[in-house]
Design a protein around this ligand. Structure first.
Ligand SMILES: [Zn+2]
Length: 407
């Protein structure tokens, strides 16, 4: 693998003026040299020189001509999305999902491996490495075009050192993800909490594009949130911000994996939905789930979704109840942060139609002001790939952002 070249490409793109120019081109889709000079306040010769370098490196290409204002039509510059590729990893807790995308986050290759409970830290890292190799070796991009690896890791992440401090669903601690992957692949590696990566991905490519203040809530086997304030991810003092899965919404509620009682995720996570449904069914409620699951202990959130789609009243009501609990969590978020929009992602959001309306209704009934009642609550645009595309966005932030607007 030609690691020297990769490091060189990244460096080439990273000077402040180059980042400024690249970002201006990216934001405008296509733009002329003169317009770039005007917007960036760089001199036309500086713009000309840097654009020349970017053209030679094929990071930028010239495209169809812009509209003329009388004189010669200006040549427009666009980002050459297929000039470089990035790897995004959505790591656990149920599987390791690896994608490779171009600079527009269009996926060119993917690979997914399920995770077994009881996995060790070392096996977890090995699984991640083999998944990444699988995607790199697919031949969809030449290895010297791959510039970085982003990892969206569930649980608490030390983002500066790229260490997974605690992944409660797998009971893993202190996994040196960044160090291990950098050693293995010799390219830039960024690690972030999955919900926060998801929020970043939605900001760059999804339903958060035009919003300054948003919260992206990942509802899966656990629950977490990525908070974006003034267009930037908010981490808090120790990278703990957004752990709303463990916000208490019920003092006497069920015990959570964290040891406390009544956390939001004990009511709305996939396993929580399945547990509650099994409990209610054991009390004699009618549902086609009895035939679908065989054993009530084997009930899953996916089965409830399937049953709901077949019109099973019991399953539909279970999702409506889940939506009400989720709505209580969202109300707390709204009163704390007052976001313009809340984006719901993660596995449970695939049943969005069945729970979103009751979540919205709960917010409408309980929020303090008229504008708070109308806080937009939408589903993730990126769906199943949201965290992986978020992971890719971590590399794009490095690549495109000038220091002033880095997260
Ligand atoms: Zn908890």
């Amino acid at each position: 693998m030609n690691t020297k070249y990769m490091a060189g490409s990244f460096k080439l793109m990273k000077s402040l003026n180059r980042s400024l120019i690249l970002n201006t081109i990216r934001e405008h889709g296509q733009i002329s040299r003169a317009e770039i000079a005007k917007l960036t306040k760089l001199t036309p010769p500086t713009v000309g020189n840097i654009v020349k370098e970017l053209l030679e490196a094929e990071i930028v290409i010239e495209q169809s001509q812009g509209v003329s204002k009388g004189g010669r039509k200006p040549t427009m510059l666009v980002i050459n999305a297929r000039s470089f590729f990035m790897i995004g990893v959505d790591a656990g807790p149920a599987s390791v999902h690896v994608i490779m995308t171009d600079l527009n986050a269009d996926i060119v290759q993917m690979h997914e491996v399920p995770l077994k409970p009881g996995i060790t830290e070392a096996d977890f890292l090995n699984l991640m490495i083999s998944g990444i190799k699988e995607v790199i070796n697919s031949g969809k991009a030449s290895t010297d075009q791959i510039i970085g690896i982003g990892v969206a890791m569930h649980g608490i992440v030390d983002i500066e050192n790229g260490i997974s401090l605690f992944a409660p669903n797998l009971q893993l601690r202190d996994i040196p993800i960044k160090e291990t992957l950098e050693k293995e692949f010799a390219m830039i590696v960024k690690v972030e909490n999955d919900a926060r990566a998801m929020a970043l991905g939605e900001t760059w490519f999804g339903n958060g594009k035009d919003v300054d203040h948003l919260v992206c809530v990942n509802v899966a086997s656990g629950v977490g949130a990525g908070v974006v304030i003034n267009g930037k991810l908010f981490h808090g003092e120790h990278d703990l911000a957004g752990e709303i899965g463990h916000m208490c919404i019920d003092l006497n509620g069920p015990r959570c994996t964290c040891g406390n009682y009544g956390c939001l995720q004990t009511h709305v996570s996939g396993p929580a939905i399945a547990d509650r449904a099994a409990r209610d069914l054991s009390l004699g409620k009618e549902s086609i789930l009895r035939d679908m699951a065989g054993n009530l202990n084997e009930l899953t959130g996916e089965m409830l979704h399937e049953a709901a789609q077949k019109g099973d009243r019991f399953s539909i009501e279970q999702f409506e109840l889940t939506g009400r609990y989720l709505g209580i969590g969202l109300i707390n978020l709204i009163h704390l942060l007052n976001p313009k929009r809340i984006i719901i992602g993660g596995g449970v959001s695939l049943a969005g139609d069945y729970l979103l309306e009751s979540a919205r209704q709960t917010v409408k009934t309980r929020a303090l002001t008229e504008s708070a009642k109308n806080t937009e609550i939408v589903l993730s645009k990126l769906g199943k790939n949201a965290a992986a595309i978020g992971a890719v966005s971590l590399i794009l932030v490095e690549l495109f952002s000038t220091k002033a607007n880095q997260s």
